[in-house]
Design a protein around this ligand. Structure first.
Ligand SMILES: [Cu+2]
Length: 439
């Protein structure tokens, strides 16, 4: 067996001890810059701590050779984006719950204190463990009553991106936001270590405009779609130094699949909740579908600088609640009808005659129900960003020294799409409808 120390010194000898030490020190410093308050998981130096955007990792203490974590199941208030607070359930004040990080071979103990108004359990999704630690209420253990603390203790016999969630009144508790990542790093280190490992939990919610509490009884009509329980523009960007090797793990405990797409690069699908895929089996994608009850992990080298969207490709999932049940009036001249009705029915909104573009500007002026976000929102350097929901930006930059938000990408001159057929253009041919140039 290769110990951590042996692995570390072996790796250091390969790439040069000082360079590696510098890289690790630099990484820790940079990580601290982006996620203040995150406690690095401790004494295993052969992995890079993960980054949970808009979230954090759970600290642990060592007790007699066992890593002990403490999860507190409780109601939490979560701001999905400025202007929208939601009454959720989660762990330790957060939804998703804090990320648990440990290393294959570790003996772990997780104390679970139930501060919910009903019983709960914690199931360790995809784990190879003793049956009695599986956390299925009624099947493998008693439900944890409100006010009590149960201990789960087992040895980690695998590595990969796993999840934890209740197996007790699942429909309610997961719909309210109870879920979290459990990342198990390989004992022997990664074959190809990454510089950045981001975690994104996919979730969908039914929160009627004007209300504050998700409706867990909904089966298909979800209207809010989140990355780590945040919607654009409340989602933190993923900031990456150019040419860094990046891993992103997605987890999904919602009722729908989410095809997550990103721009400007392609990634390899390298892992599922069944474990790492051998390198010979990796496949390239620009979109990874994440079905319910799974994790998917992708890897790529971020070699293309810019601001690159990362979003669910189900188009309504990159929108907010107001977009889903509006009258379709494409091609109909409304002549201010929407504004007139809006005065009588707050929150009334219809599509624009020519689509939704005009609505993004109109939305700001129309009354909306309380605690309700615009359907699409946020402004970029070139105008309104017609998105909401499951949307964020990868910000790949040359020469950054921290992972703080670097602002908008400064495109090199002459590399931005721009008008050639407008008034005064030298290219008159492009203005003629139906023109075909066969010369
Ligand atoms: Cu989706």
């Amino acid at each position: 067996m290769i110990t951590r120390r042996k692995f570390f010194s072996g790796a250091a000898a390969l790439v040069g001890a000082s360079a590696l030490a510098q890289r690790i020190a630099g990484g820790t410093q940079l990580l601290a810059a982006q996620t203040p308050g995150t406690q690095a998981p401790g004494n295993n130096a052969n992995y890079r701590p993960v980054v949970t955007p808009n979230g954090s990792s759970l600290p642990w203490i060592m007790k007699g050779g066992v890593k002990e974590f403490h999860l507190i199941a409780e109601p939490v208030k979560r701001e999905f984006a400025p202007g929208m607070m939601v009454n959720c359930w989660g762990y330790n004040g957060q939804t998703p719950g804090p990320t648990i990080e440990a290393v294959e071979g570790d003996r772990i103990r997780v104390l679970v204190t139930n501060k919910l108004p009903e019983p709960t359990t914690v199931h360790w999704h995809g784990f190879i463990l003793p049956n009695g630690m599986d956390g299925v209420g009624g099947v493998t253990q008693k439900h944890i009553p409100p006010g009590e603390t149960y201990a789960y203790e087992f040895t980690l016999r695998q590595h990969g991106a796993q999840m934890y969630h209740p197996h007790s009144d699942e429909m309610t508790q997961m719909a309210m936001g109870m879920e979290g990542f459990f990342i198990i790093h390989p004992k022997e280190g990664y074959p190809q270590p990454v510089d950045r490992h981001f975690l994104i939990f996919l979730q969908e919610w039914a929160i009627e405009p004007g209300t504050f509490t998700p409706n867990p009884n909904v089966m298909t009509d979800f209207n809010i779609f989140t990355f780590n329980s945040r919607v654009w523009p409340g989602t933190n960007p993923l900031v990456i130094r150019r040419n860094e090797r990046v891993r992103i793990s997605f987890a999904n405990l919602s009722m729908d699949s989410h095809p997550i797409h990103f721009h400007g690069h392609r990634w390899w699908v390298v892992e599922t909740d069944g474990g790492p895929i051998p390198k010979s089996g990796w496949w390239p994608e620009a979109t990874v579908n994440v079905p319910p009850g799974t994790t998917r992990t992708v890897e790529f080298v971020a070699d293309n600088p810019g601001d690159w969207p990362l979003h669910c490709h189900k188009n309504h999932h990159a929108m907010n609640a107001m977009s889903h049940n509006i009258p379709n009036v494409i091609g109909t001249d409304q002549k201010g009808v929407a504004q007139k009705i809006g005065k009588l029915v707050p929150g009334y909104m219809a599509m624009g005659e020519t689509g939704m573009h005009d609505v993004t500007e109109m939305e700001g002026m129309m009354p909306r129900p309380r605690n309700t976000l615009p359907m699409m929102t946020g402004a970029g350097q070139f105008g309104p960003i017609e998105m909401g929901g499951m949307f964020t930006l990868l910000k790949v930059r040359d020469g950054i020294t921290t992972y703080d938000d670097p602002g908008w990408y400064q495109n090199p001159p002459g590399t931005v799409a721009s008008s050639v057929a407008g008034p005064g253009s030298s290219n008159e041919k492009l203005k003629e409808p139906g023109h075909h140039d066969h010369s």
